[in-house]
Design a protein around this ligand. Structure first.
Ligand code: SF4
Length: 212
């Protein structure tokens, strides 16, 4: 299916990025963070709460240089309550190590906090309901750099409908806060398409240069 037709079929042309408040207006206290975490844990704002084992808030450093954002929890993430576990998570951890970072150095989250059934793509209503949590996380964490992994996360964060391929290898800016944002392949995609690992490595080398 042509790319735009695919987006249209999903209704993604209606995605709207809900901006977080300006960073200078955000008070980063543990209370804010804990309250947000509790809201996510008990959220019933979309139908995905009915099938979850648990919501997957995100994990990692509270003062990260780098925040990695993927699409949604899968089976193992739903079971363990942590994003990017299982084989895709192991590959992400390996790529981080390759540029001298550990998982605990970064913060890792998804645009959806609950697992879509059978790992299907997120629906518009789910994205609309859930992404205010992500924008609040970004505002509270204030990372120096964002890394969107996969097309769904990249197109949502950038509010662009261009292909992932055309979004790679350039520094973008996220929303009004203008936090630098790079785009690369989702590790689950790389497991299915190992030939693209070489291109992904170019993205991670660019990320390492920009972080240093
Ligand atoms: Fe709430 Fe997001 Fe889970 Fe939907 S996916 S129930 S909006 S936390």
């Amino acid at each position: 299916m042509p790319h735009n037709a695919y987006l249209s079929a999903l209704g993604l042309e209606n995605w709207q990025l809900r901006e977080a408040p300006p960073l200078e207006q955000v008070t980063t206290t543990s209370t804010d963070w804990d309250a947000l975490k509790a809201r996510v844990a008990h959220c019933t704002a979309c139908a995905l709460h009915q099938g979850r084992t648990q919501a997957v808030f995100g994990v990692g450093n509270r003062h990260p240089k780098l925040m990695i954002i993927g699409e949604a929890p899968g089976f193992y993430e739903d079971q363990q309550g942590e994003p990017f576990v299982g084989r895709a998570g192991q590959l992400l951890t390996a790529m981080l190590r390759a540029i001298g970072l550990q998982r605990q150095d970064v913060f890792i989250a998804n645009i959806l906090k609950c697992r879509p059934p059978n790992n299907r793509d997120p629906q518009v209503s789910e994205v609309s309901a859930c992404t205010p949590f992500l924008t609040q996380q970004i505002a509270l964490l204030q990372p120096q750099q964002l890394l969107a992994v996969g097309r769904i996360a990249a197109q949502f964060l950038l509010q662009q409908k261009t292909s992932l391929e055309s979004l790679r290898q350039k520094q973008h800016a996220y929303g009004d806060s203008q936090i630098p944002l790079l785009v690369t392949y989702h590790p689950a995609y790389l497991l299915r398409n190992p030939a693209d690992k070489a291109k992904a490595w170019q993205d991670w080398k660019l990320l390492a240069r920009l972080l240093s």
